[in-house]
Design a protein around this ligand. Structure first.
Ligand code: PLP
Length: 394
């Protein structure tokens, strides 16, 4: 084993000046364990990934079973493999009829890259509309449609023909026209600090896209897979996207994403040019097996119906005069304070006390909570008691 901070800091690429620096030897359920045997409660699920907890036994078993059959055998889209077939069937069975065809990739940003290309290819248009404060990933295309200027300016030129509208503002929807290839939007904005749109707004977006022949891409990479109390967040709002993107919790702890659309639309990747979107590892059989087991666990353990009550319990327990606002849907939270310094102090104090909360990319005055959906009521009460103490002592 090598838990050397020197190796980590010098031999592994760094992305922040002050990484969290927690050494993890093992993880189980909602807990992370250090090499010294210290236990931490994971209230962020590796940023909305471990929805069914760490190393759920059924997920681990499905991975082991697939390991015994085969690993990678071919690039995406050529060989028939049972694990990706089963996963695609499962997704089609839980999604509305028009979302019947899955393209598996390796991450969230890749899912959005594929979705943007598909929308351009299908419509023959180039203009993309996204939202201010959005986050869609870190590769060039996804970064181009992300709304945080600070994160983008060093990497220009990015994709041309991208416009930004204000998330939640119906007046901006008139920018969507018959020149627009697609609108890409998080159903619930995550890294902007959990921004929950109104039902009317999303329905107006849907209508405007219908009226102009624009493809609506909903990015549920963070808010999907049960996080909000529905398997897909769009179910709260009475709309269906033309393309859905998922990743993070989808894989149950292994890397897999997908963009999902109607077969007729997806079929455009097969010609003019053929191989219109390709990936070597997308649909990796072990990741597919893990994703299928994860979906089954969410269903079998009835995690969707519990998310709202558990979220409410968190909210009820987290009463403190220093908390300015809590924005929440299901088990996806932003907790606001009056300064970034206060937030930083609380996150660090909670960590010292054994509970992991974390920051947002674009909203420094809040911290996030996105625990495994499997967290128990007792664990919620215990974690909240620690957070309240951390607020008092920071
Ligand atoms: C809404 C949303 N879209 C896309 C991404 C990018 O996903 P990945 O980090 O897997 O590329 C993220 C990651 O945080 C996200 O929250």
């Amino acid at each position: 084993m090598n838990f050397s901070p020197e190796t980590f800091l010098n031999k592994i690429a760094q992305t922040s000046p002050s990484p969290f620096l927690l050494s993890i030897e093992r993880a189980e359920g909602i807990y992370l364990f250090t090499p010294e045997g210290r236990r931490y409660t994971d209230l962020i699920s590796g940023i909305a990934v471990s929805a069914v907890g760490h190393r759920h036994p059924k997920v681990v078993q499905a991975i082991k079973d697939q390991l015994d059959r085969h690993l990678h055998v071919m690039v995406f889209g050529e060989y028939i493999q049972s694990s990706s077939n089963q996963l695609a069937e499962k997704l089609a069975s839980v999604l509305p009829g028009t979302l019947n065809c899955s393209y598996f990739v390796n991450s969230g940003t890749e899912a959005n890259e594929g979705a943007l290309k598909l929308a351009k290819r299908f419509t023959g248009r180039t203009e993309i509309i996204s939202c201010k404060k959005s986050y869609h990933g870190s590769t060039h295309g996804s970064l181009s449609v992300s709304g945080n200027e600070v994160k983008k300016s060093a990497f220009r030129p990015l994709l041309p023909d991208v416009k930004f509208i204000e998330f939640g503002n119906p007046d901006d929807l008139n920018q969507i026209t018959s020149f627009t290839a697609c609108v890409i939007m998080e159903t619930v904005q995550g890294d902007a600090g959990v921004r929950i749109p109104s039902r009317e707004y999303l329905q107006a977006v849907r209508k405007k896209c219908n009226d102009t022949g624009t493809i609506l891409i909903l990015d549920e990479i963070q808010c999907g897979m049960g996080r909000t109390g529905k398997l897909f967040a769009f179910e709260h709002f009475g709309i269906v996207p033309d393309i859905l993107t998922i990743a993070k919790a989808f894989g149950g702890g292994l890397p897999i994403g997908a963009f999902i659309a109607d077969k007729k639309m997806m079929q455009t990747f097969t010609h003019d040019p053929m191989l219109g979107h390709i990936t070597t590892f997308g649909g990796n059989p072990v990741c597919c097996a893990s994703a299928l087991a994860t979906l089954n666990v969410i269903e079998e353990e009835k995690l969707l119906s519990q998310a709202e009550a558990k979220g409410k319990l968190f909210e009820d327990c987290l009463k403190h005069p220093a908390i300015k606002e809590i924005r929440r849907i299901g088990l996806m939270f932003a907790i606001d304070f009056d300064s970034a310094e206060k937030v930083s102090a609380i996150v660090n104090k909670a960590k010292e006390m054994g509970v992991i909360c974390y920051w947002f990319l674009s909203h420094p005055n809040s911290f996030r909570i996105a625990p495994p959906l499997t967290i128990s009521e007792e664990e919620i009460r215990e974690s909240c008691a620690v957070i309240l103490k951390a607020i008092d002592n920071s």
